[in-house]
Design a protein around this ligand. Structure first.
Ligand SMILES: [Zn+2]
Length: 127
């Protein structure tokens, strides 16, 4: 079974780099776990609020430049944050990225403060 990206998810990618949007579009066709896009481009005010709340550790987020998206797993119509779902979504993103020739980084691979819902374009190729 193949999932489809909702219009809402597409709307949330407004201002996101087209190469990352292409990876998201390809990933939804490959993933065994449905997902929505919860956030793409972020303004400085929102980023500051996230840092103040502890939800983010950096004022230098890739969301500020349209180089990152966050997703949420959807199982049977419900958002799920269970960790085991996210590596499965990430596998679809990684396959889609390799096929598109677009290097990405998954927040779940970070050694500290793993961020399972977060995907960004690799800074080494997209500064
Ligand atoms: Zn993020």
């Amino acid at each position: 079974m193949s999932f489809r990206l909702s219009n809402r998810s597409r709307a949330r990618m407004k201002g996101v780099h087209p190469d990352l949007v292409a990876v998201v579009e390809a990933a939804i066709a490959l993933t065994p776990v449905d997902f929505i896009v919860t956030e793409g481009l972020r303004d400085a005010k929102r980023q500051s609020a996230l840092v103040r709340s502890g939800a983010s550790r950096t004022l230098n987020s890739r969301h500020l430049t349209g180089h990152a998206v966050d997703v949420a797993a959807v199982v049977d119509g419900h958002l799920r944050w269970d960790w085991p779902l996210y590596p499965r979504i990430a596998a679809a993103f990684k396959t889609a990225a390799v096929r598109a020739g677009v290097p990405i980084v998954w927040g779940g691979d970070w050694p500290r403060l793993r961020d399972g819902p977060h995907f960004e374009l690799d800074r080494r190729h997209y500064p």
